[in-house]
Design a protein. Structure first.
Length: 161
C-alpha cells in the first residue's frame, strides 16, 4: 500500500465510491489504502456499511436462492435419468464404416448393445447420485451453525449461550 497521506480528494472519492455501493475492501483496493485506513476515515466522515442484521438477511436470501436452484437442478437430474432410462431398452440404430471401399452400414437393434447399456446405466447412476447429494445438502438445517458448535454437538457437549 502507498505511504501517502489521506487527502480531501481521497475523502471525496471515498464518499463517491461508498455511494456507489462498493465494499470497504474494494474501496481500499481502488484508493490504494489499507482497509483499516479506509475504515477509520469512513467513520470520521460518518459513512457506514451494512449492519450485521442486513448482512445476515442478505446471506439468508442468498441461501434461499441457492436452495431454489438446487431444487431445480435435482429435478433436472432426475428427468435426465428418466430420459436415459427410456433409452436403455429402446430400439437403436448402430452403424459402421468399413471395408476397402469404406462402406456405411447400419442395423436397427431391439435395444442398445451391452456396452452402450452399461454406459447408459452409469450415466443414470451418476445423475441419481448427484440428485441425492443435493438432497443431502438441503436436509442439513444448520447451515449457519458455526463449525465449532457443530463439532461440540457431535461430541454431545451442550452449547452454553
Amino acid at each position: 500500500m502507498p505511504q501517502h497521506r489521506f487527502t480531501d480528494d481521497d475523502a471525496r472519492k471515498l464518499h463517491t465510491l461508498h455511494a456507489e455501493g462498493l465494499s470497504l475492501a474494494k474501496i481500499a483496493e481502488h484508493l490504494g489504502f489499507s482497509r483499516a485506513t479506509i475504515s477509520k476515515f469512513a467513520k470520521r466522515l460518518g459513512l457506514e456499511w451494512a449492519s450485521r442484521s442486513q448482512t445476515k438477511a442478505a446471506t439468508q436470501a442468498k441461501q434461499a436462492d441457492a436452495a431454489a436452484l438446487r431444487a431445480q437442478l435435482k429435478l433436472k437430474l432426475l428427468h435426465d435419468a428418466e430420459q436415459l432410462r427410456g433409452q436403455l431398452f429402446a430400439k437403436t440404430t448402430v452403424f459402421s464404416f468399413g471395408g476397402k471401399d469404406n462402406i456405411y452400414r447400419e442395423h436397427t437393434l431391439p435395444r442398445p448393445p451391452a456396452d452402450v447399456q452399461r454406459n447408459i446405466m452409469t450415466s443414470i447412476g451418476i445423475a441419481v447420485s448427484k440428485s441425492l447429494d443435493l438432497e443431502k445438502i438441503d436436509q442439513r438445517t444448520d447451515l449457519n451453525k458455526p463449525a465449532f458448535d457443530t463439532y461440540l454437538d457431535s461430541l454431545g457437549v451442550p452449547i452454553i449461550k
